[in-house]
Design a protein around this ligand. Structure first.
Ligand code: ATR
Length: 489
């Protein structure tokens, strides 16, 4: 047989094919397999033609064509497909062989698979891969975690194919044990939901609120992309707004139905926020905004019955557009800072809960290039965590504190404008509520605890007594003195 392959990849869908071509372009010999075998033939005869690849029609062929220890990467649909592949491959593998799941698997599944396979001597890794089709081909962000013994064998391949920051550092490094790589990818996607919705809210305010057309809004995003908001998502938004439908001459964005789809990673992030007890309202609101968009028929039916502020309010903002646009830029940046702060709080909570010892500055670097949320701003986040790895919250880093203080007036004005115009801005509103809540020394939870104690004898702690002592008041004089237990979920 010819020279053995450095790595095997299973799954010739969009991400798999491009990742294989990326690996091959960096000098690696790749064995390729797909469940529907015709796709192997089609790939080898098409984009893979003449390349340093081995087409494998069966899993047995794939296993036999690999250098030892074998490195096999799955680029298949998350869920049952991954377990089926593991079950099918396991009898053919030897201790020390490495399986990598490069799909969007649940981090809990990855943790389970790591543990199960470690008991059998196999090294399992869950690697988040972000960057879409182009990233996979030219340099994605890769977030590997799991069995650390696998890392020395994967590092040369993964770091060669990953995106690089300006100084050449790859956007790929070992994240931590268990499903931590997939967890970091999940949070990346949650943040991506928040960023996208925030941009959409700015667009909505400019279009519906202020009556601007797509070609008037386009240069605004293009200009934002030259300053602090410089990022892939702002860049593609400017591109999208400039695109004209060749048939009708209408901006393409105006022709697209306003119902959003989702593949579930934002929902997972929100669910994990609830499970770990971390406030990530911007990510959750971004998911809810997609749900609300999806019930288009209901919205269209409800519109005539539910009154808004009407034309009068929007006439008030006909004045100086450039002042509004400047304020909006500041508001979007402030909201973005709060959104990332929430994402990193979730990472921090998971790191503590699972003992992962995550390095937040390194995670910011993994997202600096290659992935969908890549942005100049992530370099600033890395600097903040490098300066203080134990930072309690990103909003407390000196640079971000200053930006938030400077943006505050504009941020509040923009939200007032949105409210006055009746334009929904749930993620931006959630950002300011998070900021105001996080900096608030005394929240109204004193009253909330009183309510809980009133109707359920749930007890409360007192400001004039040490923490951990619980009290119950017989509020009506008719209730008993028996208090409920004080557990929290
Ligand atoms: P995309 O990158 O296009 O989003 P995906 O839906 O995440 O792709 O994954 C599709 C890949 O998973 C395909 O390679 C598919 O194989 P087929 O071409 O045979 O459909 C693969 N896949 C899905 N279920 C699988 C299973 N049970 N076993 C093996 N591969 C499977």
């Amino acid at each position: 047989m010819d020279k053995l392959a450095d790595i095997g990849v299973i799954g010739l869908a969009v991400m798999g094919e491009n990742l294989i071509l990326n690996m091959e372009s960096k000098g690696f010999r790749v064995a390729c397999h797909n469940r529907t075998v015709d796709k192997v033939d089609a790939f080898l005869a098409g984009r893979g033609q003449g390349k340093n690849l081995i087409g494998c029609r069966t899993l047995e062929e794939l296993v036999a064509s690999l250098e030892r220890p074998r490195r096999i990467m799955f680029m298949v649909r998350a869920g049952a497909a991954v377990d089926q592949l593991i079950d099918a491959l396991e009898p053919m593998l030897e201790p020390g062989d490495i399986l990598v799941d490069g799909g969007n698997s649940s981090y809990l599944d990855t943790t389970r698979r790591c543990t199960d396979l470690a008991a059998k001597g196999l090294l399992y890794v869950g690697a988040g891969v972000s960057g879409g089709e182009e990233g996979a081909l030219l340099g994605p962000s890769i977030m590997p975690g799991g069995n650390a013994q696998a890392w020395p064998a994967l590092k040369p391949i993964f770091q060669a194919i990953a995106a690089k920051v300006a100084d050449g550092t790859p956007c790929c490094d070992w994240v931590g044990p268990d499903g931590s790589g997939h967890f970091v990818k999940m949070v990346h996607n949650g943040i991506e939901y928040g960023d996208m919705q925030l941009i959409c809210e700015a667009y909505h305010l400019l279009s519906q609120g202020l009556g601007m057309s797509a070609d008037q809004i386009q240069p605004i995003f293009a200009a934002w992309n030259t300053r602090e908001l410089d990022s892939y998502l702002i860049e593609i938004t400017a591109d999208i707004l400039g695109h004209v439908d060749p048939e009708s001459g209408t901006p393409t964005v105006d022709l697209i139905l306003d119902t959003a789809g989702q593949k579930g990673t934002g929902k997972w992030t929100s669910q994990v926020g609830l499970d770990l007890g971390v406030a990530i309202p911007q990510i959750a609101e971004a998911v809810f905004a997609r749900f609300l968009s999806a019930i288009k028929d209901e919205r269209v039916a409800a519109g005539p019955y539910l009154s808004g502020p009407g034309k009068a309010a929007s006439q008030g903002s006909d004045g100086d557009m450039s002042a509004v646009v400047d304020q909006l830029e500041k508001a979007v940046y402030a909201a973005k800072i709060c959104s990332y702060a929430q994402g990193f709080q979730l990472l921090r909570a998971a790191s503590m809960e699972y003992g992962w010892n995550l390095n937040f500055g390194e995670i910011a670097l993994l997202w600096r290039e290659g992935c969908i949320i890549r942005a100049r701003f992530l370099g600033t986040i890395k600097e903040a965590y490098d300066a203080d790895p134990d930072l309690a919250n990103l909003v407390l880093a000196p640079y971000f504190r200053e930006v938030l203080a400077g943006a505050q007036a504009a941020w509040r004005t923009v939200l007032k404008t949105a409210v006055d115009l009746g334009v929904p801005a749930p993620v931006m509103a959630a950002s300011l509520c998070y900021y105001d809540g996080y900096r608030c020394e005394r929240l109204p939870a004193n009253l909330l605890q009183a309510q809980r104690d009133y109707f359920g004898a749930h007890t409360y702690e007192r400001v004039d007594k040490p923490r951990g002592e619980f009290f119950h008041t017989n509020w009506t004089g008719t209730g008993g003195e028996t208090a409920s237990s004080t557990y929290n979920v």
